[in-house]
Design a protein. Structure first.
Length: 209
């Protein structure tokens, strides 16, 4: 029997991250995937524009560049998968009793992920507006709303969203979730978010331990 007064054994490290093939992300070079968002390309590629995402992810992870790794995934995942990733982190951060307006916005974003149709996308806009377009749940809803082909009302001429807005708001949600309560835990939360994003990019549901 072990000595009950002895300190508990340290938890094993989760080990190095292997991004795998990132099957949900096209294998074309980053310069093609991110051509419409040059500021993101400069942030995540930095001289490696001709690399495919999986190769670049391996480099970023090996160098401990968590934030560029998050940005790479957020801007290259399909919108539905990217928003789901943001929702997972937001739901965990808000806990069991989120503020009603934030919960409503997050629930709308989750509903859009489950069935990404136009009425649910519009519901994301409405719930984000109701929350003042601020807060974790609202940011997820805004990301979902920007997935569409227009920002205008249905009976008005189309106004396409600026390129990269889904990824921008997903990154915002991930960073906000990381510092929500106990901000000193942000590094481990961001590292876990990278694992989640990689799991989603390889066809998983992002519910990693």
């Amino acid at each position: 029997m072990s000595d009950p007064t002895s300190p508990p054994a340290p938890k094993p490290s989760p080990g190095p991250i292997d991004p795998g093939p990132l099957t949900k992300i096209p294998a074309e070079p980053l310069s093609g995937l991110l051509a419409e968002v040059p500021e993101v390309l400069a942030d995540v590629a930095a001289g490696a524009e001709d690399q495919p995402p999986a190769d670049r992810m391996r480099t970023l992870i090996a160098e401990g560049q968590t934030v560029p790794a998050l940005s790479l995934l957020a801007h290259t995942l399909p919108a539905r998968e990217a928003v789901w990733w943001a929702c997972l982190n937001t739901r965990a951060a808000l806990g069991e009793a989120p503020a009603p307006k934030q919960d409503a916005a997050l629930t709308a974003a989750e509903a859009w992920v489950y069935a990404p149709d136009e009425p649910r996308r519009r519901a994301c806009q409405a719930t984000a507006d109701a929350a003042g377009n601020e807060g974790l749940g609202a940011v997820c809803a805004i990301a979902a709303f920007f997935s569409g082909d227009t920002l205008s009302e249905p009976d008005l001429p189309k106004v396409p969203p600026p390129p990269g807005m889904v990824g921008t708001f997903v990154v915002a949600a991930l960073n906000m979730a990381a510092v929500h309560r106990n901000p000193e835990r942000a590094p481990e939360r961001l590292a876990r978010a990278v694992r989640q994003g990689i799991d989603i990019a390889n066809g998983g549901n992002g519910r990693v331990t």
